[in-house]
Design a protein around this ligand. Structure first.
Ligand code: HEM
Length: 421
């Protein structure tokens, strides 16, 4: 797809002037040639001055893996700046209002907390959730307009992921879009158009706390429930959890489960339109959904980066990292690294090793919801392929302006059903 802004030339500037944190590059889908130059000429690259201060960009698959699997040296800890660029803005600015999340914790605290929520998105629980997700998916698909242009992001991607989260929490169905709202505000700063002030952000998140506290109270004896709230309210390790900790865990799952899967659902439609021969392969053989799903997750890489802070001096890719330095792992670049992935710039629905990607991270923070994400994508495409010959992209996608969320606010599409027999 073409972009509106003329593409900047990554070779027209000195290496040290490249700043991969510039969100405009991502909004206009112009980041890939920059990553390619960095992978070749400066795979561990230092940006001295960015809006986030100085930071290292790690762009090759193997170097990213080396950082991600070395939590002893590379920290995600909240107090050191957390797990993303700009974390300080979202989560440290409002000092009196802190929600502990295990994604921004180091060991041993990380593991203790992760263990408490992981059964909710583990294999056994997903078996319970599968039929509910399929019913939601079918209901949404059956209500989509056929032969008319509409925004796939809002009508399908957001709706399915929101309903899945509602199932995960057994959250009242009619209030489900509050989950989307809480997710959006938790990663927004005043002036972003989403929240006006730190006070209003905090007030809304407190409302979220009150809402979930009510659900918790109602479920303190619900030992049979397989929703996350009942599991936390009745679990021996978790029933004594503080309100802030409970809110932090709930919010982490809402945020983690929201933009990521949503944008892969949209990105997979765009990818199949950009590679029509692959769409035809999938149409003819829906059995390929098993390899198509991880390929779509690689292709979209819905989280472009994760960030760490070095706890001690370390050598990486021939560069000397100093204690306290910010280190950014660009999964988006690692997933296109020709040293690790065959024909990385091709979208291939029957790729031989489709799970060979970095999109879920590695190491102790590897995505706890990865099975739930794959399940939603599998169900979505099983049901889509049964009903529609093509989801045709009929206009320019609108991408969000972010160096972390690789996503869309609009994807205009038109559905073509299978011809009646
Ligand atoms: C395609 C979809 C998804 C992608 C690409 C994705 C990606 C990631 C990545 C890269 C991390 C690692 C963070 C780090 O290393 O700092 C992560 C962690 C996490 N994800 Fe996902 N995610 C997806 C879906 C989900 C879903 C559906 C949920 C839950 C409903 C979820 C919940 C979490 C949580 C709770 C963590 C923190 C794990 C920890 O710190 O131990 N994610 N995810």
């Amino acid at each position: 797809m073409s972009t509106v802004r003329p593409a900047p030339d990554p070779y027209a500037m000195p290496l040290e002037a490249i700043d991969m944190s510039d969100p405009d590059l991502f909004q206009h889908n112009q980041m890939m040639p920059f990553f390619k130059r960095l992978r070749t000429e400066a795979p561990v690259h230092f940006s001295p001055g960015s809006d986030y201060g100085p930071f290292w960009s790690v762009t090759r698959y193997d170097d990213i893996m080396a950082v991600d699997t070395n939590h002893q040296v590379f920290s995600s800890d909240h107090a050191r700046g957390g797990h993303i660029l700009g974390y300080e803005m979202f989560f440290i600015e409002d000092e009196d209002f802190q929600l502990p999340m295990f994604i921004a914790m180091d060991q041993p605290r990380h593991d203790v907390t992760r263990k408490t929520v992981s059964p909710a998105v583990g294999a056994e629980n997903l078996r319970h959730m599968e039929s509910a997700i399929r019913a939601s998916c079918v209901d949404i698909l059956e209500q989509l307009p056929v032969g008319e242009t509409f925004n796939w992001v809002d009508r399908f991607s957001i709706e399915l992921t929101t309903r899945t989260l509602a199932t995960l929490f057994d959250f009242p169905f009619e209030d489900r879009r509050m989950l989307t709202r809480w997710s959006d505000i938790s990663v927004s700063v005043p002036g972003s158009g989403i929240v006006d002030s730190w006070e209003s952000r905090r007030r809304e998140l407190e409302e979220m706390g009150d809402y979930f506290a009510r659900l918790w109270q109602e479920r303190t004896h619900n030992t049979e429930g397989y929703d996350l709230v009942s599991m936390l309210a009745t679990g021996a390790e978790t029933r004594g959890m503080s309100r802030a900790e409970f809110m932090g865990n709930v919010l982490l799952l809402i945020v983690g489960g929201n933009d990521t899967t949503r944008n892969t659902l949209s990105g997979s439609v765009l990818a199949l339109n950009d590679f029509p021969d692959e769409y035809e392969k999938l149409r003819r053989n829906p059995g390929l959904i098993t390899s198509f799903v991880p390929e779509a997750i690689r292709w979209q890489t819905p989280l472009a980066h994760m960030r760490r802070t070095a706890l001690e001096d370390a050598e990486l890719g021939g560069q000397q990292i100093r204690a306290g330095d910010k280190v950014v792992m660009w999964y988006l670049s690692g997933n296109r690294d020709e040293r690790a992935i065959e024909r990385p710039d091709q979208f291939i629905v029957d790729r031989r090793r489709p799970r060979n990607h970095l999109s879920f991270g590695f190491g102790i923070h590897r995505c706890v919801g990865n099975r739930l994400a794959e399940l939603q994508l599998r169900i979505a495409w099983e049901e889509i392929l049964k009903r529609f010959r093509t989801i045709e992209v009929v206009g320019e996608p609108v991408r969000v302006r972010s160096n972390i969320i690789m996503g869309f606010s609009e994807l205009p599409v038109r559905l073509e059903p299978w011809a009646a027999a």
